[in-house]
Design a protein around this ligand. Structure first.
Ligand SMILES: NC(=O)C1=CN([C@@H]2O[C@H](COP(=O)(O)OP(=O)(O)OC[C@H]3O[C@@H](n4cnc5c(N)ncnc54)[C@H](OP(=O)(O)O)[C@@H]3O)[C@@H](O)[C@H]2O)C=CC1
Ligand SMILES: C[C@H]1O[C@H](OP(=O)(O)OP(=O)(O)OC[C@H]2O[C@@H](n3cnc4c(=O)[nH]c(N)nc43)[C@H](O)[C@@H]2O)[C@@H](O)[C@@H](O)C1=O
Length: 358
């Protein structure tokens, strides 16, 4: 059983989900948390990870460190997404086994499911069909992580649980104009287009100082800024987003994701998830809201939240990815956890966070 003084390692504790898990644990009174930044500990490096576990001997591990990005990053940097994720998770899961970690939570993704899975997607859909092309290497790494947890549990009796979150968003999100996920990308693009339209250079400069785009920051010339933002579809009249706008996506606020992770760490064991003792499989847990919105409607929601009068265009030369990936959250709900924050509220919260952090 986990207790308030258990030694808990949060891998990736500065990231979107890891930071939310860290804060959630602190709020709940856990006092013995360990975290290392990427600079302090490269999880790709097996001997460094081994030394870290020898020294710290954590009892519980949240594996929220990974190489993460949106559709274009996944599609373009395919080798990085499979290699880095396999390496990180192999190192952390194998060291957790070697050090008798009492429970580990591995974070996968709902992109592990077949592109044409029937909707909503239940845990049993795993490995029933071909994957979506744009994130296939990442998905294969995540499937390997899930199977590694399951296999160690079956062969060695460990208690490693794999959770599969839907698309997440929240404080400490990645707002990169090329590599991020859709929700933070849309907020920033629409926000910058509005600032261009309003001729609000103070705001544009602050934004580019916090998050320079291809070396262009607040000090660069106006022409350079206009030209670089234009490259990303941001102008003083319109914003050009990716794909057709028709795909449907489901969004979970990262702090709720963290709450679900801590809930599972506190209340669920691998043995609770086994349905067929002869063939143990599909014991992972979907984490989501079970609700979806089209990318087009999401853009309109963000447009309204920001108070943007410009035009929203879609560039269908960019990929749509999976058309639909709605999670079946029956298992999670039956375990006793349910989301509360809907996307309308979440978009407002993330927009508030964004403007407070530029
Ligand atoms: N965001 C989303 O929409 C979704 C995320 N997930 C999964 O949830 C988990 C958390 O994702 P999220 O919080 O969004 O990702 P982030 O990119 O926000 O955080 C990942 C963290 O891992 C760290 N990290 C990456 N590589 C290394 C390394 N080699 N050594 C040490 N640390 C490293 C990063 O540090 P640094 O930035 O310094 O490299 C960062 O702090 C991941 O497993 C992801 O696949 C699943 C579904 C959706
Ligand atoms: C969580 C999940 O996230 C990834 O999958 P994804 O859901 O397809 O990722 P996404 O958030 O980047 O895009 C969602 C949709 O939105 C559209 N879209 C419009 N305009 C922008 C835009 O400006 N940026 C982005 N990124 N997408 C845009 C985009 O074309 C697509 O149709 C996985 O690779 C993998 O990382 C994973 O696990």
């Amino acid at each position: 059983m986990i207790s308030k003084s258990s030694k808990i390692y949060v891998a990736g504790h500065r990231g979107l989900v890891g930071s939310a898990i860290w804060n959630n644990l602190k709020k709940k009174g856990y006092t013995n948390l360990i975290g290392r930044t990427h600079k302090e500990l490269d999880l790709m490096n097996g001997s460094e990870v081994s030394r870290f576990f020898d020294q710290e001997k954590p009892d519980f591990v949240f594996l929220a460190a990974a190489h993460v990005g949106g559709i274009i990053a996944n599609n373009n940097y395919r080798a990085d997404f499979i290699y880095r994720n396999l390496q990180i998770q192999n190192n952390v899961i194998s060291e957790s086994f070697r050090h008798n970690v009492k429970k580990l939570l591995f974070l996968g993704s709902t992109c592990i499911y077949p592109k044409e899975a029937s909707q909503p997607i239940s845990e049993d859909s795993l490995l029933t069909g071909p994957l979506e092309y744009t994130n296939e290497p990442y998905a294969i790494a995540k499937i390997a992580g899930l199977k590694m947890c399951e296999s160690f549990n079956i062969q060695y009796g460990t208690n490693f649980i794999a959770v599969m979150p839907t698309n997440l968003y929240g404080p400490n999100d990645n707002f990169d104009l090329e590599k991020s996920h859709v929700l933070p990308a849309m907020i920033r693009k629409i926000f910058l287009s509005k600032a261009l339209m309003d001729n609000n250079w103070d705001t544009i400069n602050r934004d580019l100082n916090v998050r320079p785009v291809e070396k262009v920051n607040g000090e660069s010339s106006k022409d350079e800024k206009v030209s670089i933002l234009g490259k990303y579809g941001i102008t003083d009249k319109h914003v050009k987003l990716w794909g057709t706008g028709k795909p449907l996506r489901e969004f979970l606020w990262s702090e709720e994701m963290a709450d679900a992770c801590v809930f599972i760490m506190e209340n669920v064991d691998f043995s609770d998830l086994i349905e067929d003792k002869k063939e143990i499989r599909n014991c992972h847990i979907n984490i989501g809201t079970g609700k979806e919105i089209s990318i087009h409607d999401l853009a309109l929601l963000i447009k309204e939240t920001i108070g943007y009068d410009g035009e929203i265009l879609f560039d269908d030369s960019k990929p749509d990815g999976t058309m639909r990936k709605l999670t079946d959250v029956t298992k999670l709900n039956n375990l006793g956890w349910k989301h509360k924050i809907e996307v309308e509220e979440g978009v407002q919260k993330l927009y508030n966070w964004y403007i407070q952090n530029i």
